[in-house]
Design a protein around this ligand. Sequence first.
Ligand SMILES: [Zn+2]
Length: 311
Amino acid sequence: MNKFKLLPLVFSIALLFVSAQLSFAADKIRIVTTTSTIADLTRQVVGEKADIHYVAPPKQNIHFISPTPKDVLKVKKADVFIHGGLDLEAWRDPLLNAAGNTAFLGNGKASIDVSKEVVLLEVPTSFSRSEGDIHVYGNPHYWVDPQNALTMIDNIVSGLSELYPQDADEFRRNADQYKQKLTTKIGEWDKRMAPYKGETLVAYHKSWPYFAKHFGFNVIDQLEPKPGIPPTSKHIAAVENEMKEHHTKIIIKEIYNESRTPGKVANETGATVVTLETAPGERKDTPDYISMMEHNVSELEAVFPKKASQS
Ligand SMILES: [Zn+2]
């Protein structure tokens, strides 16, 4: 994490060279979110009332983003900052410190944490990095359970309503409409995934426990020995044995994970590698949360054993 300590210095130098024209649209609430998921859910709540900028490029690993001077300037000028909480964004505090916007520093009043009320998985009993380098407050990849997206929306509504009470009714109306749409989709996804309950999977990173819990899959192991620690040959050999034992035929990776290790394990075990999405905008045809989750469900439908799809 040492590289993050240098960020404020890097930013303050870089900012000298950034044009001050990177401003938000006038007359709108200026919102910066950390991820494209939070940006999309916020958009559903505020509609056209806000100008929303997200920091993490969808195709990059959310844990290891390097915010740009433009991001710093956006945060500096923003009215609201909405983030994923926990240690999902290790770069969050350095970014806020570099921007120096007092509304957000130290969980300032205009900073909204969308993880509130989410029931966390894998919360360690003591603060420790022994279970991995980057999930020290519990698993932060909660948004890929669509049920948690509903909670995130409620957090956005209550945070924004406190800041803009005059718009609270409108935020609630928009949110309820979107939640209804999402709830209908969740019902469809649950139905389509139901035949595969109990299927075993292996993932590259521990990004999927919430997703797996929601749909009833069993992620038996990760290619990373611990979150954020690259695969080792010893660990991969153990994973291959587990996969053979459980007849596991699917390996999930994310777009930014290298392909060599999953490819090698797939060769060894006869499994298929499938790339699932964790950020809207990874592909042109998945610009928002619902299309992203639809893509993930469809990808899995295509690779799960065909016999199960008949039931
Ligand atoms: Zn992670």
